[in-house]
Design a protein around this ligand. Sequence first.
Ligand code: AMP
Length: 191
Amino acid sequence: MRLVLLGPPGAGKGTQAALLTERYRIAHLSTGDMLRAARAAKTPVGLRAAEIMDRGDLVPDAVMIEIISDRINEPDCANGFILDGFPRTIPQAEALEQLLADREIALDAVVRIVVDEAILLDRIVMRAESGEGRADDKAETLKNRLEVYRTQTAPLIDFYKSHGTLREVDGMQSIEDVAASMDEALRVEAT
Ligand code: AMP
């Protein structure tokens, strides 16, 4: 199974991806995690990405496409994978289509986790003010991340709607209920 999880920062993509990985025994490809690892290892890409991530902006498409192109060739992706945080722009989505077509594979589904962005903003500001979480969890950065999502990533909703692969689940439920809705959405996809 090959999936894309779509949704704004704080929607629970990472949490749901981790659950799906266990259930379907497929690789969890989080581009955010990959960039944080590159940054910790002080690789050239990691060092260049650091400032961009701290601002909440997007790392250039070409960089991200190369990272994903290499990653899906790894043996653990042979069974399938969940893309968490990629694609984030229309050019990334188009490049993904091409990458998959070149390998004669396709996405089974794109699942959008639908959340109320106003409530999300309150939640992420609270999380930032509590001082917990990641370096890019500052309130200003998170607001920018949400804005970047609206302008650059949200157009993917229509992109995947017109490709017929989009499923939607209500992300304002408990983690367990979102997971159950996710299962339901994927069952529909499988039939
Ligand atoms: P995430 O953990 O998915 O929220 O990603 C954290 C940060 O990494 C984002 O705010 C971006 O700066 C960067 N990033 C992750 N994935 C991508 C992507 N597909 N395209 C561009 N930047 C990305």
